[in-house]
Structure formats: structure tokens, C-alpha cells
Design a protein around this ligand. Structure first.
Ligand SMILES: Cc1ncc(COP(=O)(O)O)c(C=O)c1O
Length: 372
């Protein structure tokens, strides 16, 4: 293992030979059945590729996903599908193949309330699907998010959710939501991070994200690219990065894709964990990259991050803001979390592109995980 000397990075090339189980099936077929489903765009930017000195650059634009401005609906919808199916039909049940079927199943679930904690996007997605299914929802938000991103609170309320503001950080807000749900049998906690004893639902969230990577495979193939040489993933608790590792290291996946995580410099819990070699909680501070403002990696994601990532970097709000402007100039509506991937790629190529084998021939994919 090589540790980078740069303070805000970690490097361990050749992770791509590590193997894990592939993603379970079912999520993509369910997503494809949802009203309004269509693959989000994979936008190529020759101008940015040329600026960065790489072969081709593709940006997966998640600014409009199932009617919401971030990728999170993929995880929330599939996790809710699986939770309701397990409640009504029993563990391991396949469940219905449509939203209509799921609504009918939810009506047989008796008293059921969906509960979650969020930095914004996940809670909005849970609240949206609860509304579509005719279920009540309860969404816990850290006070810092409510203060700095009031529009997020309003968007969640507009879905009909009861919003609870918690005067603590994201980690403590998750714990508060978990305690609230534990007290009532009708409450189903739909959380996008795992901890010891709570990993079944987060695993279904990660499985839901697999749709995004399947779409990228098809879209790259259509663009004449067989394998991405690198994929750059914005990281909060690391569930999306776990899905990336599962996709690119799972089963028979071809070797050779470098996986890079990017976090805010004030909330780089995956980077701290990788540098320490153990799952680590860090204090966090306010950042424009609200969706990435998490202090502890998911326990479920951690082994995948530890063994399956090649590189981790942290970026500042200023770097993300510049990247956001640059992506918008290329026609991609990219909010701060989404643009973190471009800021991270710049840091990687400046620092250790050679170590990772990235250069003039490389084909790189950035996940732009939210719009503005
Ligand atoms: C827009 C956006 N990008 C990326 C992430 C990171 O996902 P994860 O927390 O699974 O690492 C989030 C998480 O909420 C998000 O909202």
C-alpha cells in the first residue's frame, strides 16, 4: 500500500484486481417499470478532456432522476420496495414489478410509516416515494442543513413529510431517527448508511444504485468505449462508492477501472478511515457540498472502500464551486456535490495521475450526482 504524502489524499493503486460479490438483481427492472424512468444522460466533454490532458471525459448527469434533482431516488425506491415486500410477503420475497403493485402491497401493510435522516436528497426521495405509495413519512435533518439549505427542508415538506430538525450533526441526526423508529413497530427506518446491526436496508439502497452503473456501461458501449479507465465518485457515507466498487470489482467485471472517492475537506471521513486503516469518525463543519457532509462511513460500505478504492481525495468548497461553473459551461447542471467529482479529478491528475496510469489515452467517467 502506498500512502500519499499529500495531506488531503490517499493512494493505493491496483485495487482493481480485488474481487467482491456482484450486485443482486431486481432493482434495475423495478426502476425501468417506474413512471418517468429513463436513463440519465452521459455527457461527453471534449473541452474538459483536452484541458485535463486525458483521452475522453464523460459526465453522468444525475440532475434529473425520476423527477428529482439527484441520483438518490434509485436507492430509496428500491429499499422501500424491498422493505414493504419483506413486511407483507416475508423476508426474501421477490415483490411486485411495478409502482402500482407496490402501492397495493403497501395498503396491506397495516400501519406503516417511513422514517429517515438526511442531508437533503435522500430524505426528499424517501418522502417522494412515501407520497406515491400513500404512506406517511418522517424525515430528520441536521440543524446546519436546515439553516444553510432551507429550500431542502421545504422540498421535503412539499412531499408531505413531517420534518424534524435535530440540533446536532448528521451522525447524531441518524442516531435520533434510528431511536425514534426503534420505538414504534409501524415505523420502517429507510437509512442510506449502515452500522453494526443495521445493514439489511442499506444493502438494498446500494443495490438500487446499481442501475446507474448499468446505464453507464450501455452508454459507454454506445460511445465506442469498452471499459472506463477511471470513475470518480462523490462520497458522503460511501454507499454510492460501495455500489461503484461492487459494479467494477464484482464477479466477472473486467479489471482495470481506477476508482476514486472525493469528499469535502471538512467532512472527509472515508479519507480519514483509509489513512487510518480502520473505520473512523471525524468532526465535520458546514460545506456547500451538503449531501457529502457525513462524519462516519457506512459500516457496510467500509470493507468495499478499504479494499476496492484506488485513491481518495478531499476538495474545498471553492474547488467544487469552480468545477460546478465549469460543468455548467459544458451543459451539465451540476450542483456542488456533483461537481466535487471534477474537482477531485483535477486534484488526482495534478498529484498522481501517473501512479494511477491515467494520461492522454484514458477514458474517465465523473458522477455528477445532483443538479443545482
Ligand atoms: C448529491 C449527492 N452526491 C453524493 C452523495 C454521496 O452518497 P453516499 O452518502 O452514499 O456516499 C450524496 C449523499 O447523500 C448526495 O446527496
Amino acid at each position: 500500500m502506498t500512502r500519499s504524502s499529500h495531506a488531503a489524499s490517499w493512494l493505493r493503486p491496483r485495487a482493481s484486481s480485488w474481487r467482491c460479490d456482484p450486485a443482486p438483481s431486481g432493482a434495475t427492472e423495478f426502476h425501468q417499470s417506474l413512471p418517468g424512468y429513463r436513463p440519465t444522460a452521459l455527457v461527453e466533454s471534449p473541452a474538459l478532456a483536452s484541458e485535463l490532458g486525458i483521452g475522453r471525459l464523460f459526465v453522468k448527469d444525475e440532475s434529473s432522476r425520476l423527477g428529482l434533482p439527484a441520483f438518490k431516488a434509485l436507492g430509496a425506491s428500491w429499499a422501500i420496495h424491498q422493505a414493504i415486500s419483506a413486511r407483507v410477503l416475508g423476508p426474501g420475497a421477490t415483490g411486485p414489478g411495478s409502482l402500482e403493485g407496490l402501492r397495493e402491497l403497501a395498503s396491506r401493510a397495516g400501519e406503516l410509516r417511513l422514517v429517515t435522516a438526511t442531508d437533503g436528497n435522500h430524505g426528499r426521495a424517501v418522502a417522494r416515494f412515501a407520497r406515491l405509495l400513500g404512506l406517511p413519512s418522517e424525515v430528520y435533518l441536521p440543524e446546519v442543513i436546515a439553516r444553510t439549505h432551507p429550500a431542502s427542508v421545504e422540498a421535503i415538506r412539499a412531499e408531505g413529510a413531517r420534518v424534524v430538525i435535530v440540533a446536532e450533526d448528521y451522525d447524531a441526526t441518524v442516531a435520533t431517527a434510528a431511536r425514534a423508529a426503534a420505538g414504534s413497530p409501524e415505523a420502517e427506518l429507510v437509512q442510506d448508511t449502515g452500522w453494526p446491526g443495521y445493514e439489511t436496508i442499506p444493502a438494498t439502497i446500494v443495490a438500487g444504485y446499481s442501475t446507474l452503473f448499468r446505464e453507464i456501461d450501455d452508454q459507454l458501449r454506445a460511445a465506442g468505449v469498452t471499459t472506463a479507465d477511471a470513475v470518480v465518485v462523490p462520497v458522503g457515507v460511501g454507499s454510492l462508492a460501495q455500489a461503484a466498487v461492487t459494479h467494477y470489482r464484482g464477479g466477472e467485471a473486467p479489471e482495470g477501472t481506477v476508482l476514486v472517492s472525493v469528499e469535502p475537506d471538512v467532512a472527509a471521513c472515508a479519507l480519514a478511515s483509509l489513512r487510518n486503516g480502520t473505520l473512523t469518525t471525524i468532526p465535520t463543519a458546514a460545506t456547500t457540498m451538503a449531501g457529502l457532509n457525513c462524519g462516519t462511513p457506512s459500516s457496510l460500505a467500509w470493507p468495499h472502500l478499504r479494499d476496492g478504492l484506488d485513491c481518495a481525495v478531499a476538495v474545498s468548497d471553492d474547488q467544487a464551486d469552480t468545477a460546478s461553473r465549469d460543468l455548467r459551461a459544458q451543459g451539465v447542471d451540476s450542483g456542488p456535490c456533483g461537481a466535487a467529482s471534477l474537482a477531485g479529478l483535477r486534484a488526482v491528475l495534478d498529484g498522481f495521475g501517473n501512479d494511477l496510469g491515467l494520461g492522454a489515452e484514458s477514458h474517465v467517467v465523473l458522477l455528477s450526482t445532483e443538479g443545482r
